[in-house]
Write a protein that binds this ligand. Structure first.
Ligand SMILES: *Cc1c(COP(=O)(O)O)cnc(C)c1O
Length: 394
């Protein structure tokens, strides 16, 4: 048993050794600027173009539709703000979902403060967007629909193709935050009619601080970062060559191993979910059982408080999360759990465990035993649980 059991892959992943190997030359002797004309630069440029091709191939995009950024947050900001500013004379209405990542949600909130209008379409109890409400929300002045591909807290995968078809039929641009989905499940921007897509290397066993925005050639939006002519004049700044090379390698490995990893991780996830639901009373799975990311298990335990649970499992060497890492430290329950209709007190007792192809059955067995102990201990100290026992609810 390793010292730490890492069940927080949705927050960030471990870089694969092959990724570091691919990056090393570009952190040492291959230090050229890819914009330089000399061969030093040209070699670095070629390495970035190879990564671009691999990444494009993974989502059925063209090479010249991939723009490297500093990560998922920048890609989300760029896509949403630039469409809003570019189209503001046509309309100032944006549609998104109630369960977006903070990078999309806060960007929309910032636009509201600038006078744009945003509709946050609700989801059903499984966390799937209400398609009828989405359809009804589209107005003549709607310029963008942005819906998360797969949710970072509860793992639900949205009906992206349906949303893409709807947006296309209405002449509205469609962006998806696919940071959790890219490299983990198959994505096809053509078949799914996606106009813009955000991805990040560190969620797919690549390095931190590098990501990309896919932008359909017909949907060209203006730059957000101004400067030199990099990235076909759309995202200025000297390319993060080692990061991009690492991202490319991570995408290559993710693509090659996808069917195998999906099957393996899904089996592990289901094993963990089944054992917890069977062995820990008053626990429930959040999110759709099937339309779900392979590695995501999000479970609410009644009568207890997620933060205490998180700290106690941490002392047993297990790294998990109560929701999104960004929300940790805040006492507000997750907006995602509230959006699927969980009452505050149940939403508070939730634990997100996200795993990878490295996760073993032994680690999950240890985790289940630890959870049984921690949940039992916390319930024995909980006034809520005491009341429930008195009222014969349990
Ligand atoms: C992690 C994450 C982001 C942010 O990506 P960074 O590269 O860390 O900026 C955005 N959206 C989702 C769904 C994420 O999981």
């Amino acid at each position: 048993m390793p010292d730490t059991i890492y069940l927080d892959d949705a927050a960030t992943t471990r870089m694969r050794p092959e990724v570091l190997d691919a990056m090393m030359p570009y952190l040492t002797e291959m230090y050229g600027n890819p914009s330089s004309i000399h061969s030093f630069g040209a070699q670095c440029n070629a390495a970035c173009e190879k990564a671009r091709k691999t990444i494009a191939g993974l989502i059925n995009a063209k090479d010249n539709e991939i723009y490297f950024t500093s990560g998922g947050t920048e890609s989300d900001n760029w896509a949403i703000k630039s469409v809003a500013y570019m189209k503001k004379d046509k309309g100032r209405h944006i549609i998104t979902s109630a369960i977006e990542h903070h990078a999309v949600m806060e960007t929309c909130e910032a636009l509201i403060r600038e006078g744009f209008e945003v509709t946050f379409v609700g989801v059903d109890e499984m966390g799937i967007i209400k398609m009828d409400d989405l359809r009804a929300a589209i107005r003549p002045d709607t310029v963008l629909i942005s819906v998360i591909y797969a949710n970072n807290e509860i793992g639900t995968i949205q009906p992206i193709r349906e949303i893409g078809e709807l947006a296309r039929s209405k002449g509205v641009l469609f962006h998806t935050d696919a940071v959790q989905a890219f490299g983990h499940v198959p994505i096809d921007v053509e078949a799914e009619k996606i106009d813009m897509l955000s991805a990040s290397a560190h969620k797919v066993n690549g390095p931190k601080g590098v990501g990309m925005l896919y932008m359909r050639n017909s949907a060209r939006i203006p730059p957000m970062v101004h400067g030199g002519p990099h990235e076909r004049r759309r995202r200025a700044g000297t390319l993060n060559v080692p990061g991009i090379v690492g991202f490319g390698k991570a995408a290559e490995l993710a693509g090659a191993g996808m069917p195998e990893n999906m099957a393996k991780v899904t089996a592990m996830r289901d094993y963990l979910i089944d054992r917890i639901l069977a062995e820990i009373p008053h626990s429930r799975l959040n999110g759709d059982r099937v339309r779900r990311l392979p590695g995501n298990a999000n479970i609410s335990f009644r009568y207890i408080e997620g933060e205490s649970m998180l700290m106690m499992v941490d002392m047993k060497g297990i790294a998990a999360s109560t929701g999104s890492a960004c929300a940790s430290g805040s006492l507000d329950p997750s907006h995602v759990l509230l959006a699927i209709g969980l009452p505050h007190e149940i939403a508070h007792g939730s634990l997100r465990m996200t795993m990878s192809e490295r996760t073993t059955k032994e680690e999950l067995d240890y985790t289940v035993e630890a959870l049984k102990e921690v949940v039992g201990k916390l319930r024995s100290m909980s006034p809520l649980y005491e009341d429930a026992v008195k009222n014969k609810e349990v």
